[in-house]
Design a protein around this ligand. Structure first.
Ligand code: FES
Length: 72
């Protein structure tokens, strides 16, 4: 399912980015230009980040407030 229709970025792509180190909307913006057009996807993209971190039990870094973009 598309999260960002303007840039055609789906939930699976965001989840893969999170698993590769993206931890913030800014990370997704750098990689996919998410939320750079109408911006309506920003909250949904954040939810996908959080849900992926929780489901993959990676929330520790997120809870510490890190804003890392480990992906090149
Ligand atoms: S839906 Fe993502 S910028 Fe419009």
């Amino acid at each position: 399912m598309y999260v960002c229709i303007c840039n055609q970025v789906n939930e699976r792509t965001i989840a893969e980015a999170v698993r590769s180190g993206a931890r913030s909307l800014d990370c997704l913006l750098q990689q996919f230009d998410i939320a750079t057009c109408c911006g309506k996807c920003a909250d949904d993209a954040r939810r996908v980040i959080e849900n992926t971190l929780v489901s993959d039990n990676m929330q520790a870094g997120y809870d510490l407030g890190r804003d890392a973009c480990a992906v090149a």
